[in-house]
Design a protein around this ligand. Structure first.
Ligand code: PRP
Ligand code: URA
Length: 237
């Protein structure tokens, strides 16, 4: 069965309120945010925050952390039963049966892509190119290309920094306009402002992140955050 033959993805019913922990203000109402609190994830995030971490290591830590985030985000993927032969006889197993499309937001999202694909190798990949204006923090689109079947797939948007939420909402709007119905957002640091913005426009989009930070500064950077993810990833400081 290749990727295009996999069954359409249907979200399982969510039971009870979504959970969140972290440092965000209590004034932010509960939203579907899954905070990856695993100690290994939190240590990797600490390395990413550290200004002493050089780009080659930053890339490695980002990859390893993204595997943990993606693993959690794919926890409820549907499977189908299969039987394989071990050297000692038949064994029951499963095969992931959902169509998944991963969409990194260029350029920083590329730092998470290979890690996400290592979790769901059968996924297909779309791309969105967005650039935040350094003065206004408003994102403008310069590229978009998607595989067919957005409407019948779990669409996993990958963008490490959720700051104002402008980039995420613009990406989700574009994906929705092309037919996507079931979308998730994977990021590495989220600001309360960005979470609220996503929830205001897409209340059904679940967010997976290891951190909800304190706030945005006057330049719309996440505090404490980790700085400019794309610049630290590619050494363009
Ligand atoms: C960063 C990041 C997000 C965006 C988040 O991208 O990767 O896409 O900022 O900010 P927002 O929530 O306020 O929209 P940036 O525009 O710096 O481009 P880059 O990926 O090329 O570094
Ligand atoms: N983009 C980044 O890379 N970092 C931030 O803190 C905000 C947007």
């Amino acid at each position: 069965m290749d990727a295009s033959e996999r069954r359409p993805y249907h979200s399982p019913r969510r039971v009870g309120p979504a959970f969140r922990t972290g440092t965000a203000s209590d004034t932010v109402r509960p939203v579907p945010v899954h905070v990856i609190s695993h100690p290994v994830a939190q240590e990797l995030l600490t390395h990413l925050r550290d200004t002493r971490t050089p780009s080659p290591l930053f890339r490695q830590y980002a990859q390893r952390l993204s595997v943990l985030i993606a693993t959690e985000a794919m926890r409820d993927l549907p499977t189908e039963a299969v039987v394989v032969d071990t050297p000692l006889g038949p064994a029951n197993g499963v095969k992931v049966s959902a169509s998944v499309i991963v969409v990194p937001v260029l350029r920083a999202g590329l730092g998470m892509l290979d890690a996400v694909l290592s979790v769901v190798p059968h996924a297909r990949v779309g791309h969105i190119g967005l650039q935040r204006d350094e003065t206004t923090a408003v994102a403008s689109q310069y590229y978009a290309k998607f595989p067919a079947g957005l409407d019948a797939s779990l669409v996993v948007l990958v963008d490490p920094m959720l700051a104002t939420g402008g980039s995420a909402v613009a990406s989700l709007q574009l994906l929705a306009s092309r037919g996507a119905q079931r979308m998730r957002l994977l990021c590495i640091v989220a600001a309360p402002e960005g979470i609220q913005e996503v929830e205001a426009h897409f209340p059904d989009v679940e967010i997976y992140t290891p951190a909800i930070d304190s706030h945005l500064n006057a330049h719309k950077f996440i505090v404490p955050g980790l700085g400019d993810f794309g610049d630290r990833l590619y050494g363009t400081m």
